[in-house]
Design a binder for this molecule. Sequence first.
Ligand code: XBP
Ligand code: MG
Length: 260
Amino acid sequence: MTLPKALIFDVDGTLADTERDGHRIAFNRAFAAAGHDWDWDEALYGRWLSVTGGKERMHHYLSAYVYRDGTVPPDVAAGIPALHAAKNRYYAELMQGGGIALRPGVERLLREARAAGIRLAIATTTTGENIAALLISTLGPESMAWFEVMASADEVPDKKPSPAVYLYAMERLGLEPADCVAFEDSENGLIAARRAGLRTIVTVNDYTREGEFSDATLVVDHLGEPDLPFAVLGGRVATRVPGSMRRVDVSLLEWLPADD
Ligand code: XBP
Ligand code: MG
């Protein structure tokens, strides 16, 4: 049992509830501004989430739920990139307004890992611009330098569940899967990380609580704070977690079996 050399974080749903409180709201503002009556309410958005990527998600929604025949008229499809760009502008505005907080334990773990000399990276399906908007609004501009590698859709077009973004992050770190631990919130994210050979800690949220995460190392409700212990929900090591461990911290990371 040794300390991992790097932690690789998913962004949306893992660092913060940016799907429900960020992207979803920004999509709706972009739809309304363009004169569309499409409305992604909190519950419905969960259905579209299985499709990763904002443009891909819009296309899926239109083909399956608006036009309902698996196709999107060419003029409507041609408008998707502009709608997506507008969505990202609204997303940046929301972040600048301080509308989103990091999930419990995220800032604590990032700071503890840095203090312990563990390297940090990001592997996400969203863009570098959206990563920056979240990090700067929640942790300040200096936090951008905390992450040695930010692997996003800008560098890696293949979206999760493809492992490509994780493989790219590890290549840039110069590390092997056994040296790293991934943090995810979704089934597609877990599949991507596992295909890349990574041990994965899943922090579920309201959209992903019912997901299939048996291939995760550990499944918890959140990373935990000193006054807010996590609940262990599953994962390969779930039954072996010592009762004294109440949050994901450096000692838990050191305890994780390397061969899981
Ligand atoms: C989550 C996603 C993204 C976001 C929207 O990515 O699937 O598509 O919902 O981002 P992850 P874009 O959890 O891997 O960060 O609109 O920029 O695609
Ligand atoms: Mg996610």
